[in-house]
Design a protein around this ligand. Structure first.
Ligand code: COA
Ligand code: ZN
Length: 304
């Protein structure tokens, strides 16, 4: 275990991972959401994905959203891609930070990307070469790193093999996704320790979903094991319309609220973020799961 960090780097993924799991919202609302997020102090925002519009209709307007949103200096905006075609689209749109997704589980990768994990991995080298040629960087996000809804357990060794293949193929960074929120602190510790000893020089980000209530515990554990980069989504936006009880990523304001009180700097203005969470709730038209959105910050008092 290492000491807790003095600061962490949060990447907001509500506009992508969040909105892709909601009923489609209008383009102008997506643009406004991005613009509001850009004013909260967040330094990284995953803005859109360039996937097949039939697979994810919610991202069909990615080009419009990105061209209409304000691009604020000093913020690292990124885009998720599934393949070389998405890579070309993201580079053409001007992105210089790309994330390519591959699942540790073969069945999940087939459902998501229509290819086996091995087939997706075989593409990464060409994608990385293309991205680097354009002067951009590539993160490989490994989904179902803690378990798969179709295959169940995914051994840490399998996830580490995928990670090693990604690094050898040119990944600049790695991310591990707990896609369906089945991770627990002991599993997080095992995976993080494994990846840090296998790839001590590669930046690693963790992506937790709060489907089963373990996201903040997982995040704290990852910090204790040396991780300082996390995805989060405003309001806890996300979930899956086809999976009753599913919820989204760990809520950004819950992370900011907890870390700032622990003296760990996030750079984010919690009040501004809560306004964005309220707006996110309005545009998706249903209550979002964030506890801090419902109850307010711990400093809020009510009349006695
Ligand atoms: N964006 C837009 N169109 C794309 C594309 C992309 N990233 N990748 C492929 N296509 C097009 C091809 O050009 C081809 O078009 P054509 O029929 O006009 O020639 C068509 O899609 C089929 O191409 P193919 O490579 O066979 O794709 P596929 O049908 O096997 O679908 C994916 C594969 C990856 C494109 C699709 O499954 C996908 O977009 N998945 C993303 C899922 C996702 O976003 N999940 C959540 C994020 S983790
Ligand atoms: Zn996710």
């Amino acid at each position: 275990m290492s000491d807790l960090p003095k600061s962490v780097s949060l990447r907001e993924v509500g506009p992508r991972d969040g909105l892709q799991n909601e009923l489609p919202v209008p383009t102008d609302a997506k643009v406004r959401l991005l613009d509001m997020l850009s004013q909260t102090g967040l330094k990284r925002i995953e803005a859109v994905s360039f996937v097949h519009p039939r697979a994810i209709p919610q991202m069909a307007d990615a080009d419009e959203v990105w061209s209409q949103a304000k691009h604020v200096d000093g913020i690292r905006y990124s885009a998720l891609v599934p393949n070389l075609k998405g890579t070309e689209r993201a580079l053409a749109a001007g992105f210089r930070e790309l994330e390519i997704v591959v699942s540790a589980s073969d069945t999940h990768n087939r459902k998501n990307i229509n290819r086996s994990t091995a087939e997706s991995l075989a593409d990464i080298e060409a994608v990385a070469a293309r991205v680097h040629e354009a002067g951009a960087t590539l993160e490989v996000i490994i989904s179902t790193s803690f378990g798969c809804p179709y295959e169940g357990e995914i051994p840490v060794s399998r996830v580490l093999d995928v990670a090693t293949h990604a690094v050898r193929s040119g990944a600049d960074r790695l991310a591990f996704g707990d896609t369906t929120g089945v991770g627990t602190p002991s599993r997080v510790a095992a995976l993080v320790d494994g990846v840090r000893s296998a790839h001590p020089d590669v930046p690693v980000l963790m992506h937790f979903h709060n489907t089963r209530g373990t996201a903040l515990a997982n995040l704290l554990t990852a910090m204790q094991h040396g991780i300082t980069e996390f995805d989060a989504s405003v309001g806890g936006l996300g979930g899956c319309p086809y999976a009753p009880g599913a919820s989204g990523n760990v809520a950004t304001e819950e992370v900011v609220h907890m870390l700032e009180d622990m003296g760990i700097d996030t750079g984010v203005d919690l009040d501004a973020l809560l306004e964005v969470a309220a707006y996110a709730q309005e545009i998706v038209g249903h209550e979002l799961p964030s506890g801090v959105l419902k109850a307010g910050p711990r400093t809020r008092t009510v009349a006695a």
